[in-house]
Design a protein around this ligand. Sequence first.
Ligand SMILES: [Zn+2]
Ligand SMILES: [Zn+2]
Length: 292
Amino acid sequence: MQLIRQRVQALISERPVYKDILTYYLRIRECQEGFMGIDPTPIFAKQDQRDMTLKEAFPIFKDELDIPLRRAFKTFEAILNLSVDSNPPMKEKAERILELLKTSPEELGNMFRKVLQKDYIKKRAKELGLDFHFLDFVLENSLRPDIKAWIHGLGEMRFDAWKKAKCPLCSSLPLLSLIRGEGGQRYLVCSLCTSQWDIERIYCPSCETKDQSYIQYFFSEDLRHIRIYTCERCKAYIKTIDIRECGQVDLELEDLATLHLDIIAIQKGYHPLLPSPWLPLGDSRQPHPLIC
Ligand SMILES: [Zn+2]
Ligand SMILES: [Zn+2]
């Protein structure tokens, strides 16, 4: 955690425009880290779930996230409380959701279990008068400590035969891709459980083309290790970090501190593979939905 704190400070000095976002993000990471210690026992996956994923290329969780929730409710409340201390629009969104936690914990348990079904979360958010993007963001971040413990219980897993766009464990879309190793192997990184699985170097995780003529990339001269891979076939883009150039970094933090590259991609007419809660919706001149 100390390394993340130092990196956040360095990034804020380098790119002051990210101060609010990174400060808020750091508080969430500290909160998640704090709840990791509650029950350090790994959550073990059932053997048949493991086997099916490895042998038959079938994700462990597709519709429902069936893991014991040991910390999720507490983490949820803590993230909302720290959001209440943030700016006024977020305070209001957070207070409404906190009300849900008090009046209907069963509803929240249901949402945790169905977090992979974004249409369901969106529908319930609308019915309950809650901000979907913020609710989904808090749900996913509250689940992280339990998911981490569950992954720890899975032990070493290699996904050599997977080669798909969605995560082999939780079927979520990737947050970004990375390139590492001597041969420059490319991997996708899950947006929810942070698992990594290898894919072809030339591959669009949106339309799944492997046709070289469609895939291009651009980068900023001062951040040469971060490339935006674009696809001319479906107009999606995905951020890609070349670990060979920058060494081991915290992927989520680096992604967040380079939102300006996402905005350039959107202005060039591409759309993110996975809509980010930190990114502006539609018109990129609007403040982004989480910090505004
Ligand atoms: Zn996953
Ligand atoms: Zn594509």
